[in-house]
Ligand binder design. Structure first.
Ligand code: ATP
Ligand code: MG
Length: 267
C-alpha cells in the first residue's frame, strides 16, 4: 500500500502546505517549524490551532516570546477567534512570557514545568486527539544552546504518550543561519523551514519542507506571503537554489562544527 494511504494526517490549516506534505502532518508527529525572525512561524502555528479547533482536536498553544494577548490579537487579524475557542473549552493558551501567577502561565522557562503544564491542560480539555504548539522551544535553551537536543528529546518522548501532534518553533539567528535549531532537527519527524531574502529591495519569504518522515513531500522551495485578514498564502515554487537564500556552505559547516564541539564538552 502506498505511504499516503496508511497514515492518518492532520491538516496544517493552509491547504497549499498540506498538498506539499501528502495531505497533512502524520498524527503524533513532532514537527520543527524553524526560520529567521518574522518569517511566518507563529502565523503557521496560528493556522494549525485554528484548523485543530475546527475539526475538534484539543488545542494547546504555549507562547514564550509574546503574551497571550498578543497571540490573540495576531490571530484575530487573520479572522481567527482564539478568545471564543478558549471560552468554549476547545483551547488553552499557556503564557510563559509574563511570568504571572495564574493557572495557565509558566512562572519560569523550566522544561519539566512546561511538560507538566501541557499535560494538565490536556486533562482539562478532555479526551482525544490533541495538537500543541510550543512557540518557541528555543526560549527554553537560550542560556544553554548546546542543550537543545536533550531538551527536545525529553519533550518529544513525554508528549508522544499523550496523543499530541506537536509543532515546535525554533529560531535561526541571522548570523548562525543554518545551525541554531540544530538540536531539534535530528529528533524532529518533520522540518518546515521558513526563509527570507531581500530581492530587488523587497522582503520575500519562502518555505521549504526539509523533512517529513513517511511522506513523499515536495522538495521545492515555495514563495509565501502573509496577508492581512488571511494569513499565509503560498505563491508557488521558486527557481532560486537553496544556497541563494541561505548561508554559504563553508560558513554553515563551521558553525555546526563549533556547536558539536560545545555539545561534546557537556557532562
Ligand atoms: N495583519 C497582518 N497583515 C500582514 N502581514 C502581517 C500581519 N500580521 C503580521 N504580519 C507579518 O507577519 C510577520 C510576523 O510573522 P511571525 O510572527 O509568524 O514571525 P515568526 O517567524 O514567528 O518570527 P519570530 O521568530 O520573531 O517570532 C510580521 O513581521 C509581518 O510581516
Ligand atoms: Mg514567532
Amino acid at each position: 500500500m502506498p505511504a499516503l494511504a496508511q497514515v492518518e494526517r492532520l491538516s496544517t490549516g493552509v491547504p497549499e502546505i498540506d498538498k506539499m506534505i501528502g495531505g497533512g502532518i502524520p498524527r503524533g508527529f513532532f514537527v520543527a517549524v524553524t526560520g529567521e525572525p518574522g518569517t511566518g512561524k507563529t502565523v503557521l502555528c496560528i493556522h494549525f490551532m485554528a484548523e485543530g479547533m475546527r475539526v475538534r482536536d484539543l488545542c494547546i498553544y504555549v507562547t514564550t516570546e509574546e503574551s497571550r494577548q498578543s497571540v490573540l490579537r495576531q490571530a484575530s487579524q487573520f479572522g481567527i477567534d482564539f478568545g471564543k475557542g478558549i471560552e468554549d473549552g476547545k483551547m488553552i493558551v499557556i503564557d510563559s512570557l509574563m511570568g504571572i501567577d495564574e493557572q495557565w502561565s509558566l512562572k519560569s522557562l523550566d522544561m519539566e514545568e512546561l511538560v507538566n503544564k501541557i499535560i494538565e491542560a490536556k486533562k482539562a480539555l478532555g479526551y482525544g486527539r490533541a495538537r500543541v504548539c510550543i512557540d518557541s522551544l528555543s526560549a527554553f535553551w537560550l542560556d544553554r544552546p548546546a542543550m537543545a537536543r536533550r531538551y527536545s528529546y525529553f519533550v518529544k518522548k513525554v508528549l508522544a504518550k499523550w496523543d499530541f501532534t506537536v509543532f515546535i518553533t525554533s529560531q535561526y539567528a541571522i548570523t548562525t543561519s543554518d545551525a541554531f535549531g540544530f538540536g531539534v532537527e535530528h529528533i524532529a519527524d518533520g522540518i518546515i523551514r521558513f526563509r527570507r531574502a531581500v530581492r530587488n529591495g523587497v522582503l520575500r519569504r519562502y518555505l521549504l519542507v526539509e523533512k517529513m518522515r513517511q511522506t513523499p513531500h515536495s522538495l521545492n522551495l515555495h514563495e509565501i506571503s502573509i496577508r492581512d485578514g488571511k494569513g499565509i498564502v503560498v505563491l508557488g515554487p521558486v527557481q532560486e537554489r537553496k544556497e541563494d537564500v541561505g548561508l554559504p556552505r563553508q560558513v554553515a559547516e563551521r558553525i555546526i562544527e563549533a556547536q558539536e564541539k560545545k555539545e561534546a564538552e557537556l557532562p
